[in-house]
Design a protein around this ligand. Structure first.
Ligand code: TMP
Length: 250
């Protein structure tokens, strides 16, 4: 449990985060988990727990989980910003932090206070991996900035989809081409960074998983979609039973 302060009467939700390098399959697996929660009965049990007035499951992402965040996401991923005066690394770091501050205040904090199970595509570990290990910012500085943006909110479980960098970049490239058949868009600004940058990012995720095994669980993401989903479901079942033992022993 994080040091995050509750504003309600103790009905705290949980924050589950998906992390990984480009093309690791986070978005697909997040949707697949959402479907499993519905099929397995957890969603309706959570709905009874929080009451009918609020959503039991909230799906969101960083950057881009708020209206302001969607504008920041456009800027952060805009590949035309690799030209001209460009986007300074320090500006990039602060824009990710600004997106997070808005997201925590407007989406995550209220949802968790209402008891929701929040599924979030990326969170603080992405800043450690991409801006810390990838861009080379001091890790203590990143932790301080994360603390300012999150006001102490930490994930209760982070699922790290571990995929070899080149395999992920190929998947991301294929997806970009499928989305834009005329090749209008192609790679986004972050995907366009060189291979060594993405390899440092991968090292970052590996280091976090080693340092914080209680919070970050490694998922072997090179397997088929169904096999990856199976691993995630097994981990989620274990954590859900730990968080909500009253479901089995009412
Ligand atoms: P996504 O499409 O996986 O959501 O990608 C968003 C991009 O932003 C991805 O390249 C990772 C990057 N990113 C950071 O560099 N730092 C951060 O703090 C976050 C949340 C994302």
């Amino acid at each position: 449990m994080s040091g995050f302060e509750m504003s309600g009467a103790g009905l705290r939700g949980q924050l589950v985060v998906f992390e990984g390098v480009e093309g690791a399959g986070k978005s697909t697996q997040l949707q697949s988990l959402r479907h499993w929660l519905e099929q397995s009965g957890w969603q309706s049990w959570l709905q009874q727990r929080v009451g009918t007035a609020v959503p039991p499951i909230v799906v969101t992402r960083e950057p881009g989980g708020t209206e302001l965040g969607q504008q920041l996401r456009r800027l952060l991923l805009d590949s035309s910003l690799t030209e001209g005066e460009g986007l300074w690394d320090r500006t990039e770091l602060l824009l990710y932090a600004a997106d997070r501050a808005q997201h925590v205040q407007k989406v995550l904090k209220p949802a968790i206070a209402q008891g929701a199970l929040v599924l979030c595509d990326r969170f603080t570990d992405s800043t450690i991996a991409y801006q810390g290990y990838g861009r080379g910012f001091d890790l203590d500085l990143i932790c301080q900035l994360n603390a300012i943006a999150t006001m102490g909110l930490e994930s209760d479980l982070t699922l790290w989809l571990d995929l070899e960098v080149q395999q992920g970049l190929q998947r991301a490239q294929a997806r970009a081409q499928a989305d834009q058949p005329e090749g209008l868009k192609g790679k986004d600004r972050m995907e366009s960074a060189d291979l060594s940058f993405h390899q440092r990012v991968q090292q970052g995720f590996r280091a976090i998983a080693q340092d914080e095994p209680h919070r970050m669980v490694r998922i072997e993401a090179s397997l088929s979609e169904v096999q990856v989903a199976g691993q995630i479901q097994a981990v989620m079942e274990e954590y859900l039973q730990k968080w909500y033992p009253q479901r089995l022993n009412p």
